[in-house]
Ligand binder design. Structure first.
Ligand code: TXA
Ligand code: MG
Length: 327
């Protein structure tokens, strides 16, 4: 069956409706890409075993092909067909899956996932997402789904269906709307393919949660990069200034906790969490950055400092990349 799309209509469909999940799997079987919700951010998904579908993901995102994709599965048994699990890997999977943790593991010799999706490496990044619609989609499709965040390479990640529709206007035939992402930051990536487990990207599972379970490499994880962790990433159109203690003319403020009197002069203020709660701030982070990214109204985004612990590590990682000199 050929599905025809009218690209003039915003192609957003409620993920709560089984008929739309079924329609999404039909499109995946045609080696086309769709957008689906996860608990972290929205994903741009394609059949992970199809070089054609994977190539379409790279092209749509404008992503360099040396930057591998995360492969999403619905069960630990399915994951074990794709990668070799060490005892530590099993322990972490059992504790944190489904959830915002991605494990980098050696590929099984007969792993059917496209080598292009893994950027030709002998490792594979796997996760089981927690959003019920994502799980249902993967189960119904019956194959692993390759999915990077559904944003153009280097730009702000999407935490609502409408973000994706705006960023990819007319380019994506089908967006499953599963509401606002509960975690709001990407998964934590941990490399277990070497003898020293190392965090490659801070994310929705905190370093503290991981350290309570397995010893982590003492190497400074901020120096070690997943192949795609560019210095500039998550970049709004406007420049970003961090740890502000005063406001310059034309600045909007991304606030955290109570706002000191002198920062209230900002033209526009978005508070990530008035109560200073890092979980709430994480969930609001990309939304807040998008709301303040208004070049016709503002000249710069000023950001209050955010504690460097728990989910604050992942928020600060993204802030530093948003503020970095652009590639
Ligand atoms: O929360 C998430 O992880 C979201 C949702 C959609 O699941 N996905 C996501 O994908 O953030 P993406 O493509 O935006 O980020 C994937 C990161 C990249 O930095 C990439 O370099 C790294 O994962 N990665 C993928 N495979 C890898 C591998 N084999 N070794 C090391 N890093 C890998
Ligand atoms: Mg991304």
């Amino acid at each position: 069956m050929e599905i025809l799309f009218n690209m003039n209509v915003t192609p957003i469909y409620p993920a709560s409706s089984p008929q739309y999940i079924a329609q999404a799997t039909t499109i995946l079987k045609q080696e086309e890409v769709i957008v689906f919700p996860t608990e972290t951010v929205y994903g741009l998904g394609g059949d992970a075993t199809s070089d054609i579908a994977v190539a379409k993901i790279y092209a749509l995102k404008n992503r360099p092909t040396f930057n591998p994709l995360i492969i999403h599965v619905a069960t630990l048994a399915a994951a074990e067909k794709l990668a070799m699990f060490s005892a530590d890997a099993k322990k972490l999977a059992k504790l944190f899956w489904p959830g915002p943790l991605t494990l980098v593991l050696p590929r099984q010799p007969d792993c059917p996932v496209s080598l292009l999706a893994c950027a030709g490496q002998s490792t594979i990044a796997l996760r089981i997402p927690k959003h019920p619609a994502a799980l249902e989609l993967i189960r119904l499709f019956g194959k692993p789904i390759a999915a990077p965040s559904a944003n153009k390479s280097g730009k702000i990640s999407p935490t609502q269906a409408i973000d994706v529709a705006q960023d990819f206007e007319g380019q994506i035939p089908f967006i499953l709307d599963g509401g606002a992402c509960l975690i709001g930051l990407e998964s934590t990536i941990i490399d277990l393919s070497t003898s020293q487990p190392t965090i490659l990207r801070q994310g929705g599972i905190t370093q503290e949660q991981l350290e309570a379970v397995i010893p982590l490499s003492s190497l400074n994880s901020s120096l070690i990069k997943a192949p795609g962790m560019m210095k500039s990433h998550y970049a709004p159109t406007l420049p970003v200034r961090l740890d502000v203690t005063h406001i310059n003319a034309g600045e909007g403020l991304l606030a955290f906790g109570p706002v000191p009197q002198k920062l209230k002069q900002a033209k526009l203020i978005y508070n990530l969490s008035e109560a200073g709660n890092l979980t709430e701030a994480a969930a609001n982070f990309f939304k807040g950055l998008r709301l303040l990214d208004q070049p016709d109204q503002l000249q710069q985004i000023a950001v209050m400092s955010i504690p460097h612990c728990g989910l604050g590590r992942a928020i600060n990682d993204r802030l530093q990349r948003a503020a970095a000199e652009r590639n």
